[in-house]
Design a protein around this ligand. Structure first.
Ligand code: PLP
Length: 390
């Protein structure tokens, strides 16, 4: 059994994929060819945004978003420690400082109340309100932006986050790498924040066959700045460079692949809902295992279907039982970022983000994709139930 079955998807769209790739080979515009523009137009319309800028990865999307907003040394960027390294790595790469805000354990997403406490803690220099980086000069950092992450496919609470951000003058960058296709209060993922970022890494809900990503905004100035940053800070022409940029372009071939996949994407999103619904219905009654919580008014993109075991030993026990039946499981994520070696320089300690630390030792994910057959699913559930009772 595959954890994510990309072969089943490929078989269903084979002809479209072949035709799209052949078209690129025929016209030969491998860099920013017409497929990139076409995909940008389609995904902007789908997400309900004015502008979309294709880029080389979800990580580059976040990096370019921060560059376009002028984030740099002396700036504090608030984010969650319960995420993939990319979200915070780009903050440090630009010389800014990540400030970790703990999650709401029900949704795995940044807790808006704790976000406000962290902003006030930084502004007043009072780290009794919320843990701050234990670094010299922390009191001089300017609160600049917040990057909420739509963890596992479920969107963050953008209404609450937006209110706090406005009140304290922060810009919002939505990290929607895991949530393309999700819905929050009638609006889709990538519709939120000054800038939103997604990823086409193969395992994401809308993936390509390599690396790729996209950035969304409604601001024409930010959109043209992002296009410039994507191509080495180009000005009026390629060899007129007006700012420091990167090589952050989306390949035409990858855009052509995403175009083929996007045709079945809305249907796949429905299938994911059904797979998740069946899992939850079957697993809900198993003692000691918590199924995912989807608040009223949300639709998850189900990038992952993650459960919570009682504790770390219970999780290992369950995973081992599934493994013995040939069922793959994964852990997203076993170590929150504030405790990662790469961020040791920030001086965070165990206990600073207790909800994230608790989820990290208890969470594990089951096979999840739109083509998971009912029999396969029943097999997973049966194995979990039997192991649980043993
Ligand atoms: C995958 C992911 C990224 C990075 O995307 P890449 O395309 O792999 O660079 C960023 N943030 C989150 C939350 C992710 O899951």
């Amino acid at each position: 059994m595959d954890f994510i079955d990309l072969k089943a998807q490929q078989a269903g769209i084979r002809d479209r994929l072949d035709a799209n790739m052949r078209k690129v080979l025929a016209h030969g515009q491998y860099i920013l060819g017409p497929e990139v523009k076409e995909l940008e137009g389609k995904l902007a319309a789908y997400a309900g945004r004015k502008y979309a800028v294709g880029c080389a990865s979800g990580t580059d999307a976040l990096l370019m978003a921060l560059m376009a907003l002028g984030v740099g040394p002396g700036d504090a960027v608030f984010t969650t420690p319960f995420t993939f390294i990319s979200t915070a790595e780009v903050i440090s790469l630009l010389g800014a400082t990540p400030i970790y805000v703990d999650i709401d354990p029900g949704t795995y997403n940044i807790d808006p109340d704790k976000l406000e406490q962290a902003i006030v803690a930084l502004k007043t220099g009072d780290d009794r309100l919320a843990p701050l980086p234990r670094i010299e000069g922390v009191e001089k950092l300017r609160p600049k932006a917040v990057i909420p992450v739509d963890m596992l496919g479920l969107m963050a609470d953008y209404a609450a986050i937006g209110d706090i951000a406005r009140k304290h003058g922060l810009t919002v960058i939505e990290d929607a790498a895991q949530s393309f296709g999700a819905v929050y209060k009638g609006r889709k993922a990538c519709a939120f924040g000054d800038i939103a970022c997604t990823s086409f890494f193969p395992a994401k809900p809308l993936g390509c066959y390599g690396d790729g990503g996209m950035i969304f905004t409604d601001d024409p100035n930010l959109a043209s700045m992002l296009e410039s940053i994507r191509a080495h800070g180009k000005g009026s022409h390629k060899y007129d460079n007006v700012r420091i940029g990167i090589n952050g372009r989306l390949d035409t071939l990858q855009a052509a692949i995403v175009l083929a996949k996007f045709e079945v994407f809305p249907e796949e999103m429905e299938k994911r809902q059904e797979v998740a619904r069946r899992y939850t219905e079957a697993i809900r009654g198993i003692p000691g295992i918590e199924t995912p919580f989807v608040p009223e008014g949300y639709r998850s993109a189900w990038a992952q279907y993650s459960l919570l075991a009682r504790d770390e030993a219970h999780r290992s026990f369950l995973q081992k039982g599934l493994q013995e039946q040939g069922i793959p499981t994964m852990i997203y994520y076993p170590r929150p970022l504030h405790l990662q070696t790469a961020f040791a320089f920030l001086g965070y300690r165990e206990g600073d983000c207790p909800a994230s630390e608790d989820c990290a030792v208890r969470t594990f994910s089951l096979p999840m994709h739109p083509y998971l057959a009912e029999e396969q699913q029943d097999f997973v559930v049966k194995a979990l139930r039997e192991r649980s009772a043993s």
